[in-house]
Ligand binder design. Sequence first.
Ligand SMILES: Cc1ncc(COP(=O)(O)O)c(C=O)c1O
Length: 361
Amino acid sequence: MSVIFTRSSEALFHELAAVPRPVKFYARYGNPTVDRVARLVAEMAGADGALLTSSGMAAIFTTIFALTGAGDHVVVPSQAYGETLELFEELQRFGLSATYLDEMTPAKLTGALQPNTRVVYVETPTNPLLQLTDLAAVVETCRDHDCLVVVDNTVASCVNSRPLELGVDLVIESGTKSMGGHSDVVAGSVAGRKELLERIWWPQVLLGCVLSPFDAWLLQRGIRTMPLRVARQNHTALVLARALEAEPGVRDVYYPGLASHPGHQIACRQMDGYGGLLSFTVDGDFEATRRVVEALRICTYAASLGDVHTLVMHPAAGWWGRDFTPREAAHVPGNLLRISVGIEAAEDVVADLRGALRAAG
Ligand SMILES: Cc1ncc(COP(=O)(O)O)c(C=O)c1O
């Protein structure tokens, strides 16, 4: 837990402090517990190393802050986690320009790349609409450009997807989700090659968005059961998605494991499992959707994903007491429900949703 480390002489103390990325100097620079868990995260991602941050957003911000500056350009998906989109809008105040793509196909990406493009930012699958991006194709398209491909892998998690194996430069994950798994720790990670992490580490020290040793320990506790939890969630989400597809009160189901999903073939190629997150539209309006939510008995109405409990959100109802930006609003129809399946019995989760849809219909 310690922030500081001492030695009996000034010379010995300087030995502690003088190593690259010291873990026994001052905890904003590093800490042995945090370092140990960072190595674990790196190993899971197939990376040289990883930095742990105080949240997933901190990982995204620190990475983009470190790799870009005024006059630079980034390519960003127009549909992704709402606060990520908002962050890229904020960064434009500092002279960063962005091109938003509704899908990152090689043709669209080629058209968007500029000589000053420094980062191509991808989220796959996206939250909340589970849009897939072909990472190998993005890497290939960016090969002759002086830019880095950064992927938010939160929804898939490193159990289901390891973008670095496909040639991506950096992979970001919100540790708050599947890694932590119990909604009792807010954390983030960025993993990749050592030289890139060196560039991100110092801005992280300056920003101070480090993970506390206690939270790193909680993250490690979560990681121990992560493969078991994620395997269970993969199974339940597929069972649930198929059941919802057959349900008369449901219009569209968004889940990469369904053959009907436009990204299914990409998911089959680049994911080991389809993940625990799915969304669907109720065959009705905002009010009908609200009634479904209120009829649920087992699923919990709460933000976040990757928890041991099944979490349901009605995105159009808002979740942080502010209006959506136009970019977000375009992607959250009033009848959309997002489900992050937990580790309950699949038949209980299916029965709860089926019962709620029928009771509200
Ligand atoms: C895809 C995705 N990326 C990043 C984040 C941000 O993570 P955190 O809440 O840990 O900052 C979230 C949070 O929901 C997310 O869903």
